[in-house]
Design a protein around this ligand. Structure first.
Ligand SMILES: Cc1cc2nc3c(=O)[nH]c(=O)nc-3n(C[C@H](O)[C@H](O)[C@H](O)COP(=O)(O)OP(=O)(O)OC[C@H]3O[C@@H](n4cnc5c(N)ncnc54)[C@H](O)[C@@H]3O)c2cc1C
Length: 510
């Protein structure tokens, strides 16, 4: 049997520990020897608290027990994201993890809704979505396994404490043989013959050699950016927010099963309910507001008392030109960052890991694996980018320069054509790869005020009275099903209540 492939993971944030856990749990024993290096002194970003439903697949795949994971990370359930004041001041809509209605005659349900609306019926598309109605009433239940039923047509994600998730995955990976080394990396040596990474050197003098290096070093991008010199594509012209303040506060009121994003003068504020506290942050563009004003705005808009001073974070929207170069693969912030508006960063970590496991090289790296990995990651970043830009571009606010800038900025052609197709007659093309699928686009298009001028002509095959009956029936079914769901706070308390007064990690990125 050949000697195991030596894999060195640089960084122990969410991306480092997710990579480590997946490698040790997902590969046959003896194939790889995995080692992780992290610096306690540098710490982690640790503000990734809201996720997408795919995280459940990740946890299930590596064999994590859901209730145990939720208890240990102070987690709550998430059915979607509420966007407040985005379309215009005073507006609100929810992007749910699920569909609106059910197809009729092979045509998406919302096409019937669009026709009824054009004929004068005024109602809220959200009333036809179970996760939206459940969110509005703070209710939760697991999706049923009945494939065709209303209560199986949604998914859920989690809100969790990112420091605790990293700690949880560390325990998981170390229990399965992962070797962790604490220390600051001060040097990287490249092989003269091909420029591949040969080794890293720690402050202690220890040299760690490897066959494959996974760069999870965060915004520093120690290997991919610094050592290999891979450039960065700047997407700030489309996504102008470049800073954030984050601060947790005491919990107040009911435990909501959704993230809230409230548009503010120069960006937006997140609210993420955990069991032991509420996470908050103001993501803003430094071109349109000062740091002091941003921090004051955040502190003035909390549910409960702030737990400490707001922590500043700086970033640049965009990504590395490639995520895999030579014998190095960048995952997480080392490979790029798109702001957290749709909770996509941990998802992007997860797809990079999944693709790495599928395309894992041997000691000699086949260029076909590299280009396929880079193609897949490229698609994912592009999809997320367009969806995020949509939220900014499609705003009807006229009260602040950021919002005027975003409405008038040129956007990628791929987004322009999607908007035009929807506006014409509600058509939303389904992606073969990547996020986000038609139900997500629908929620944001309609939520931010883009309504179709026409509808799919096939809708006319169904008599209008029948359409109206179906709409009424479906809305009533949703209301009745939600009525039977449990209060989210009670559900969490019974299923996964965390031990009281768990001390929080105080590690903070320098
Ligand atoms: C404002 C903001 C809000 C966010 N909200 C969300 C969200 O709601 N949902 C979501 O999915 N994502 C969110 N994210 C993204 C999320 O925080 C990151 O994707 C996630 O934390 C992954 O970070 P990372 O592991 O790549 O990097 P980091 O957490 O920065 O970890 C880097 C690691 O590298 C190590 N390291 C660096 N340099 C060295 C060195 N020289 N020697 C040794 N070790 C080193 C550090 O010690 C650390 O362990 C948010 C990000 C920001 C900025």
């Amino acid at each position: 049997m050949p000697a195991p492939l030596k894999v060195v993971i640089v960084g122990g944030g969410t991306s480092g520990w997710m990579s480590a856990a997946a490698l040790v749990a997902g590969l046959p024993p003896g194939l790889c020897e995995v080692r992780l290096v992290e610096s306690d002194e540098i710490g982690i970003v640790g503000v990734g608290e809201a996720t997408l439903p795919q995280i459940k697949d990740f946890n299930d795949h590596i064999g994590v027990d859901e209730a145990d994971f939720m208890r240990q990370t102070q987690a709550t359930f998430k059915l979607g994201i509420e966007f407040v004041d985005w379309g215009f001041k005073g507006s609100s809509y929810i992007h749910p993890f699920g569909v609106h209605g059910k197809p009729l005659g092979g045509v998406p349900f919302y096409q019937y809704w669009a026709k009824a609306r054009l004929n004068g019926r005024v109602d809220d598309l959200g009333d036809y979505s179970l996760p939206i109605v459940a969110s509005r009433q703070n209710r939760f239940a697991f999706p049923s396994t009945d494939e065709d039923g209303l209560s199986s047509n949604f998914a859920y994600a989690y809100h969790f404490d990112a420091h605790l998730y990293a700690r949880f995955l560390r325990g998981f990976a170390e229990a399965r043989g992962l070797r962790r080394t604490e220390g600051r990396i001060v040097d990287v040596t490249l092989k003269p013959e091909d420029g591949h990474i040969a080794s890293i050197r720690l402050e202690s003098g220890e040299v760690i050699a490897g066959d494959l290096f996974i760069d999870c070093s965060g915004f520093r991008s120690l290997l991919m950016g610094q050592a290999l010199g891979v450039g960065y594509e700047d997407w700030t012209p489309w996504l102008p927010c470049d800073r954030a303040y984050a601060v947790p506060c005491e919990r107040a009121g009911a435990l909501t099963p959704y993230t809230r994003s409230t548009a503010r003068e120069a960006g937006w504020q997140w609210r993420i309910p955990l069991q032991h506290r509420t996470g908050n942050g103001y993501v803003y563009s430094s071109r349109f507001i000062s740091d002091d004003e941003a921090a004051a705005t955040l502190l003035a808009n909390l549910d409960g008392e702030a737990q400490g001073d707001p922590r500043p974070l700086r970033f640049q929207a965009g990504r590395r030109e490639t995520s895999w170069s030579r014998n190095c693969i960048a995952i997480g912030l080392a490979s790029g960052f798109l702001e957290p508006l749709e909770s996509t960063s941990i998802y992007l970590i997860q797809v990079a890991i999944t693709n790495l496991l599928k395309l894992l090289p041997g000691r000699a790296i086949d260029p076909a694996l590299v280009s396929e990995f880079n193609r897949l990651i490229d698609v994912e970043y592009g999809r997320v980018r367009d969806f995020l830009i949509l939220h900014y571009h499609l705003n009807g606010r006229d009260d602040a320069p950021l919002w005027r800038y975003c409405r008038e900025m040129p956007v990628p052609d791929s987004l322009t054509s999607r908007m035009a197709l929807f506006e014409h007659r509600g058509h939303i093309a389904k992606y073969k790869d990547g996020l986000f699928q038609p139900p997500s686009w629908l929620a944001v298009f309609v939520g931010q005020g883009l309504l179709p001028a026409g509808y799919d002509p096939l809708v006319d095959n169904v008599p209008q009275e029948h359409i109206l009956r179906e709409l009424d029936q479906f809305r009533a079914d949703v209301a009745q099903t939600v009525e039977a769901m449990r209060d989210h706070g009670g559900f969490v308390a019974d299923f996964c209540a965390a031990p009281a007064n768990r001390p929080l990690s105080s590690r903070v990125a320098s």
